[in-house]
Design a protein around this ligand. Structure first.
Ligand code: SF4
Length: 62
């Protein structure tokens, strides 16, 4: 799985790095930042949680 954040959609709610702290972190403005763009299988459940938790639909997986 690959994951990315659309920086134009992200509003910094912080849910992604709360539910998936191994995959996302916050930048200096509180917006989500991907720290694990190529996601190993053991972290995929975290990413799916983050996708459903993001109110801006800013997280894309492929
Ligand atoms: S949950 Fe969505 S809107 Fe909030 S910081 Fe993460 S990517 Fe951005």
């Amino acid at each position: 799985m690959k994951v990315s954040i659309d920086v134009d959609r992200c509003q910094g709610h912080g849910r992604c790095y709360e539910v998936a702290p191994d995959v996302f972190t916050d930048d200096d403005r509180g917006r989500g930042e991907v720290i694990m763009a190529d996601v190993p299988a053991e972290f995929e459940a975290q990413v799916l949680l983050a996708v459903s938790a993001c109110p801006e639909k800013a997280i894309t997986i492929s």
